[in-house]
Design a protein around this ligand. Structure first.
Ligand SMILES: Cc1cc2nc3c(=O)[nH]c(=O)nc-3n(C[C@H](O)[C@H](O)[C@H](O)COP(=O)(O)OP(=O)(O)OC[C@H]3O[C@@H](n4cnc5c(N)ncnc54)[C@H](O)[C@@H]3O)c2cc1C
Length: 472
């Protein structure tokens, strides 16, 4: 049987940082990843079907059951979500950290700024030098016109301005930062391999996986599970670890719209603007989304009368979202005989109201920026052209017809010192189970209300340092 000191499961931000720091400290590390390395050829086709199939789980559309269903998106490739995401960076807001300290007794939250700063250096967090994507500039102009707060969110990226004046954004994903460091330090990545179960045998862990339909077992002293907020609880439940696992999932559900302008706003389809708008309702954030042609075609499915116009309209359409930090929770269940988890989510009536209000605010901002028509992802909604159609569309949202999506998942195995409500301690150690750790989006105590990768990285960094401080 293959052997390692530590097996890390999942190569997203949580797993890559963990594996790199442990390998650099001299541990023999094997990182197991279900997905394959990213083929850069795929990325040339702007979020096309090939990219979705190869780099996303279930082609990017996994259903989450509930009164208003939510389609959630997960990366499945070497580097995890960091390879496919927008690169918008936030630290965990102070009030959220304080709430985690009070509610779950999370220790030493005041030390986190050092870890944020270290990760920011490692992945080159910096502001976009401009000029920004035109659709994003429109959002910022509209927000300023109605007095909302606009933030130019920094990215983990290197920037290069071409002779055409367009800024090329080279996102510093895990495959460009921590994973090469891990390999350099002697760590091994085993990709295309899905971990099925963890077994405790003779004081060691045996990680049972499947690679190309063949079994692969690896024996190790410690396991760090970093498979993301859906797959981590699924694997643990399948392995008989169940205390506070999978019961408190939180997502940031969002409504998307396409807004039509009289001028061109959509030139470079891989470009996503980094402006975000807040202060338009409690827990509501507005921002820009992917506006590539395949996305556009899907986004306009509610308006079949436009099917022949899509190509002509495309340069004039900007893609936007209104996203909330919800009260409601979801649940991840592992059913016998079913490899995929069953995920359900219960939005509260207040969450649904806030989504409807978020849509109204987004339309107000976009009309203030000069939009002429807005196409929301709300079944049965009219095309929005004025105040009356905004209200009709919001009423459809309140009635459960919003076609919600989510790309941020967290809190399915929350950390804390309160053993009755948390799954792991403040440093990712699974309560009551020796040498088993979680270090990914699952351990956040609740919705962070901002893009979560910055929070996940800082916590993974601090957990890895803590693990290294333990006796071997
Ligand atoms: C389209 C999109 C846009 C986003 N934009 C932003 C953004 O701008 N800013 C931001 O902060 N966040 C963004 N996010 C969210 C961010 O990408 C995630 O929060 C982050 O990647 C989660 O990190 P993680 O380590 O918890 O898990 P993941 O990144 O999900 O990594 C988990 C990895 O584990 C692997 N895995 C799962 N199960 C197994 C198994 N059983 N065996 C082996 N391997 C397994 C998966 O294939 C995956 O690669 C976005 C996400 C998406 C999908």
């Amino acid at each position: 049987m293959k052997r390692a000191d530590v097996v890390v499961i999942g190569s997203g931000p949580g797993g890559s940082i963990t594996a790199a720091l442990l390998a650099e400290a001299g541990r023999q590390v094997i990182l197991i990843e279900e997905g394959r390395p990213v083929n850069p050829e795929l990325l040339r086709y702007s979020y096309g079907v090939g990219e979705m199939r190869e780099l996303y789980r279930n082609g990017g559309l996994t259903p989450c059951l509930g009164a208003t269903p939510i389609a959630y998106v997960e990366g499945r490739c070497v580097g995890g979500g960091s390879e496919i995401n927008s690169g918008l960076y936030h630290r965990t807001p102070d009030d959220v950290l304080e709430q985690w300290r009070v509610d779950q007794g999370v220790l030493d939250v005041s030390a986190l700024p050092d870890f944020f700063a270290q990760c920011e250096r490692d992945i080159h967090v910096a502001s976009h030098p401009g000029p920004q994507a035109l659709a994003s500039v429109k959002l910022a102009e509209g927000a300023a016109a109605i007095g909302a707060t606009v933030t130019d969110v920094p990215l983990w990226a290197k920037f290069e301005t071409g002779t055409d004046g367009i800024v090329r954004v080279d996102k510093q994903s895990m495959a460009k930062t921590y994973l090469p460091r891990m390999i350099q330090a002697g760590g091994e990545i085993v990709s295309g391999t899905r971990v099925k179960q963890l077994r405790r045998m003779g004081g060691k862990w045996v990680v049972r996986s499947v690679q190309d339909r063949r079994s692969l077992d690896i024996e190790c002293d410690k396991v760090v599970v970093c498979a993301g907020a859906f797959q981590t609880p699924t694997l643990l439940l399948r392995s008989g670890v169940a205390r506070n696992i999978g019961r408190s999932l939180q997502l940031h559900p969002m409504i998307k719209v396409f807004a039509q302008f009289d001028t061109v706003v959509n030139q470079n389809w891989r470009e996503i603007g980094s402006h975000q708008v807040t202060n338009v309702g409690e827990g509501v954030t507005l921002g820009c989304s992917v506006g590539s042609r395949p996305y556009l075609a899907v986004g306009l499915l509610n308006y079949p009368e436009l099917v022949n116009e899509t190509a002509t309209l495309a340069p004039f359409l900007g893609a936007y979202y209104a996203c909330i930090s919800p009260e409601g929770h979801g649940r991840v269940r592992a059913l016998p005989g079913c490899d995929a988890p069953v995920v359900s989510y219960a939005l509260t009536p207040r969450d649904v109201d806030r989504l409807a209000d978020g849509l109204v605010s987004l339309c107000d901002v976009l009309f203030a920026a000069g939009a002429t028509r807005i196409f929301p992802s709300v079944a049965g909604s009219p095309i929005i052209t004025d105040g009356e159609s905004i209200q009709q569309s919001a009423a459809r949202v309140r009635a459960g017809f919003a076609e919600l999506t989510a790309v941020h998942a967290m809190a399915s195995c929350p950390m804390g010192e309160r053993i009755e409500t948390s799954a792991v301690d403040s440093f990712g150690r699974v309560h009551g189970v020796d040498n088993l750790y979680i270090s990914d989006g699952s351990i956040l105590c609740s919705s962070v209300g901002v893009n979560p990768q910055g929070s996940i990285m800082a916590l993974a960094y601090r957990n890895a340092i803590q693990l290294l401080g333990e006796s071997r």
